[in-house]
Write a protein that binds this ligand. Structure first.
Ligand SMILES: [Zn+2]
Length: 120
């Protein structure tokens, strides 16, 4: 049996997006209540009946959340242009070594806007 599990994380942060056109609202310093989903995928061993402990996903991800929460994202190494797309890849690169079954990161900049990244 092959499954995908999702665990959701939240953080608050400020950013501005320097590659947007002059005058665009995203060029101004502003903040978001970011949400992101960590998706892992794999085969479930029948005898175990589960893929991975959700607590293990939290343990791998929490230190990364602490690097982002209540920070100005543009000042974090690798996030000088912190679009949802680049943030999703940044999260992937940080998390994949700790969570080999990682199959997708989804970053929600707002309730209605999301970016999915699968390591490609
Ligand atoms: Zn924004």
């Amino acid at each position: 049996m092959r499954v995908r599990l999702t665990k959701t994380f939240h953080f608050e942060a400020a950013h501005d997006l320097p590659t947007f056109p002059p005058g665009h609202k995203c060029r101004r310093l502003h903040g978001h209540s970011f949400r992101f989903d960590v998706v892992v995928e794999g085969e479930v061993e029948e005898a175990k009946g589960y893929l991975i402990d959700y607590g293990d996903i939290k343990q791998a991800t929490d230190p990364i959340v602490h690097e982002l929460d209540h920070y100005y994202l543009n000042e974090i190494e690798g996030l000088s242009n912190p679009t949802s797309e680049i943030l999703a890849r940044w999260l992937w690169l940080r998390l994949k070594p700790r969570l080999p079954q990682l199959s997708q990161i989804t970053v929600y900049e707002t309730c209605t806007s999301a970016c999915e990244y699968r390591g490609e």
